[in-house]
Design a protein around this ligand. Sequence first.
Ligand code: ASP
Length: 461
Amino acid sequence: MIELTSLQNVLFVGGFIILIVVMAKIMKNMALHWQILFGMAVGVGVGILASNFDWGAEAVKDWIKPFGTIFINSLKLIAVPLILASLIKGVSDLKDIAKLSRMGGRTIGIYIFTTIIAVTIGLVLVNIIKPGKSITAETRQELVESYRGDAANVKNVADSQKNSGPLQALVDLVPDNIVGASSSNGNMLQVIFFAIFFGIGLILIPENKATPVKKFFDGFNEVILKMIDLIMLAAPYGVLALLAALVVESPSLDLFKALGWYSVTVLAGLILMVVVYNLIVFGYTRKKPSFFMKGISPAQLLAFSTSSSAATLPVTMERVHEHLGVDEEVSSFVLPIGATINMDGTSLYQAVAAVFIAQAFGMDLDFMTQLGIIATATLASIGSAAVPGAGMVMLVIVLAQAGIPEAGLALIFAVDRPLDMCRTVVNVTGDATVSMVVAKSIGKLGEPKVKDWDDNYPPHS
Ligand code: ASP
């Protein structure tokens, strides 16, 4: 190992601080996604530059990489409270069990159905395209070597699973202690179970007792969303650190080629999913794809630019009601729940990302593990908040449950933001699709109020 002299340390840290200050100035008026792309580019630049000095890699590992680790940790830190807040709020928004049994049951059933289709499309594509395998055996070996510790843990988990009975997954779903369950990101399914159970309890108790609790979780949810906002402020620097470290640690162009294939896989899946929506809408409601896509397109554009289904919700509701002919009674019930729990784009991405990371680490996932990914990606997308980057936070569960090293998150960070924008478009389109199907099934799908596609954007209210 090359020892850094104190002069090199001082020069490196000084240069880095100047770089950050200049970056902050340049990014002042940039939109967040540009900031992040900029951070990524600078990170790659710093990594490449540092690779040219024999002490560079060490300096990046000592002085830059820790910020990437802090950034990923802060995302993981909010995963448990995020599920608690967003799921309890989502379930209790169903208001009463009678309503739940008619519209709610149907809505949730179709939501889960489309999500499973999405995950399956993702899994099929990632197994056919195999984006992670385009990393050469050498690079893969390098990566596997550096994450040997994780691999050992994974093996232990896999071994213990092998020794357990067929119903163990079901037993594992129910925690015996919620504080204990919340203490590890690997137990996230248990937290999801608790949140849903709690939400149902909340629906069943008298209104006057439930209201303060609901209000608390409403506020709690807001706080969590704000925390994500704050974390996202650091995102350009976080990705800079992650990418710089990635470049110096695996100085191989293969990785970026492999990321290209990974992105192509996710995008192909997302496009296929939009085709599936159009087929569902046409098959069930006889509304043409041109009608559906034109009606919902402003919401899709907003979803693309905000990366948040929650921020897009008012526009989605307006378009679905006024331009697609869905009765307000249905749209106001189905869409807010959908924004919280129905994330087909996110689940598809989580499935592809999980298998991609496994492939990159040279792990072969057997059929049962892939079935497990369908279950966890479905649940993880339900638990993902409708805000930028939430899908990636929840990806941790999918990785943990499938025994894939969480460190692999660093591999996909580089392209996460653009993919987030695209998967959010699919999330919103999925919500609109389901609201049309539910409306049709209970006779609440009529003619659109507004037929001129271009008006009313942004919405009047
Ligand atoms: N940004 C996505 C949404 O709001 C969630 C995610 O996949 O990160 O729908």
